[in-house]
Write a protein that binds this ligand. Structure first.
Ligand SMILES: C[S@@+](CC[C@H](N)C(=O)[O-])C[C@H]1O[C@@H](n2cnc3c(N)ncnc32)[C@H](O)[C@@H]1O
Length: 395
């Protein structure tokens, strides 16, 4: 059984697998997949709902979307298609377009990363090691440092959402037991693993307003979860407090204000877990424009590149006479050089054409590498991973 530093924390995927990573209990694996898929769908639906409530464009349904939004979507998707075709990035500065992109793409792209990390099996061993970074910690271990994530070309904060949902799910499914009052409580007191993500993007400033909205909803639901998880002692203490407060009406205002302030503080703390910085992956890591990425690269536990490499391929590929000998340049070389041992890179994209050059460069710098599985991972019907993906792990 795979565990994190505490023997009481279990990796639910590993519980369904034998020592070779094959599912020995298909029933248990199916139940886990269904539960994790439902959990994911619920969370992401509430994020999209929040975005729809917050931004006027999204209040219109597909049929009644304003003409300008439809035009924005059509021209943006055309530019994105051109970008992938020519290997040169598209402009991403129009707020209408960014919003259209987020509503359309956030659920699917979050699902890709989540599905890769929740899937087991020998082809995805690197992903399983990445998943274990997000297992909860016991209360004694709560000082453990957060998982540090570089979400490169992360746009609206998609990778952070996927990883936040993952770490909450992994905390929710830890073994529980009934206590004397038949309350079902975790076997050990646990806390979901902290995740700190920096979105590195060519258009970081333009994405920031949307990053704030989508991560605000995630922060909100984390706050609610903490409330739900109160112990009975804590609830009793609150009841006593309420009675005392009833007797002293003046104190009510003070207590409520303090509570609100605490909630605001917790909310801000959650939101601070995502920041956005400029980077240009076509430039070397040592270039001044990549200074923030250079500072983070040596500390990151996980790098995610979703749908950004191929649209930069013409600037990234260093061509050799033989295609098999091609290498990647830009900031990739610096990241491969500077990342710490154990760091993991997950890439998903619209094509696999860049993988040979990327994986060969990874091998040059001492990374173990793997192309994605032959068939898309699936946590059930309608819950699939990406078609093209690859993984690297620094030795
Ligand atoms: C197609 S979107 C993908 C966004 C998100 N990762 C997803 O999977 O939906 C490409 C993202 O990469 C960013 N990007 C494109 N070229 C870049 C570059 N050279 N350096 C950094 N970011 C880049 C864009 O601004 C955009 O946010």
């Amino acid at each position: 059984m795979a565990t994190n530093s505490s023997a009481n924390i279990v990796d639910p995927v590993a519980l369904c697998e034998d020592s070779k990573g094959r599912a020995f209990s298909k029933r248990a694996a199916m139940d886990l997949n269904q539960a994790s898929g439902e959990y994911f769908n619920r969370k992401v639906k509430s994020i999209i709902q929040h975005l729809e409530d917050t931004r006027s464009y999204c209040n219109a349904d597909n049929k009644s979307k304003s003409k300008s939004s439809k035009d924005a979507a059509a021209s943006m998707y055309h530019r994105l298609w051109e970008a992938v075709r020519h290997g040169s990035p598209a402009n991403f500065t129009n707020q209408d377009e960014l919003l259209v992109y987020t509503v359309d793409r956030l659920p699917g792209r979050c699902r890709y990363l989540y599905a890769l990390l929740m899937a087991g099996g020998p082809e995805l061993e690197i992903c399983s090691r990445a998943r274990r970074l997000f297992l909860p910690t016991t209360l004694e271990d709560r000082q453990q440092s957060p998982v540090k994530v570089c979400s490169v070309g992360g746009g609206p904060g998609i990778d952070h959402i996927a990883l936040s949902v993952l770490r909450s799910f992994l905390a929710e499914v830890q073994p529980r037991q009934e206590n004397e009052e038949t309350a079902v409580i975790p076997v050990v007191s646990i806390t979901a693993r902290e995740v700190e993500t920096i979105v590195f993007d060519l258009y970081a400033e333009d994405w920031l307003p949307i990053i704030r909205v989508v991560t605000a909803e995630e922060a909100e639901s984390q706050g609610q979860r903490r409330g739900e998880g109160k112990t009975e002692e804590a609830e009793e203490a609150e009841e006593v407090e309420e009675k005392e407060v009833e007797e002293k009406e003046k104190e009510v205002v003070v207590v409520e204000e303090e509570e609100k302030e605490k909630e605001r503080e917790e909310h801000n703390q959650e939101q601070k877990k995502v920041t956005a910085e400029y980077c240009n992956i076509c430039e070397p890591l040592t270039a001044p424009c990549n200074a923030a990425l250079a500072r983070s690269a040596s500390e990151a536990d996980l790098f995610v590149f979703q749908f950004v490499l191929h649209e930069n391929a013409s600037h990234l590929v260093v061509k050799e006479k033989e295609v098999e000998e091609n290498r990647v340049g830009g900031c990739m070389v610096g990241i491969l050089q500077d990342a710490k041992a154990g760091a993991i890179i997950i890439c998903t994209d619209a094509s696999h054409h860049l993988w040979p050059a990327l994986l060969a460069t990874g091998c040059d710098y001492g990374w173990s590498v793997a192309s994605g599985p032959k068939t898309r991972v699936s946590l059930g019907s309608n819950f699939t991973g990406p078609k093209w993906c690859c993984f690297l792990e620094k030795q």
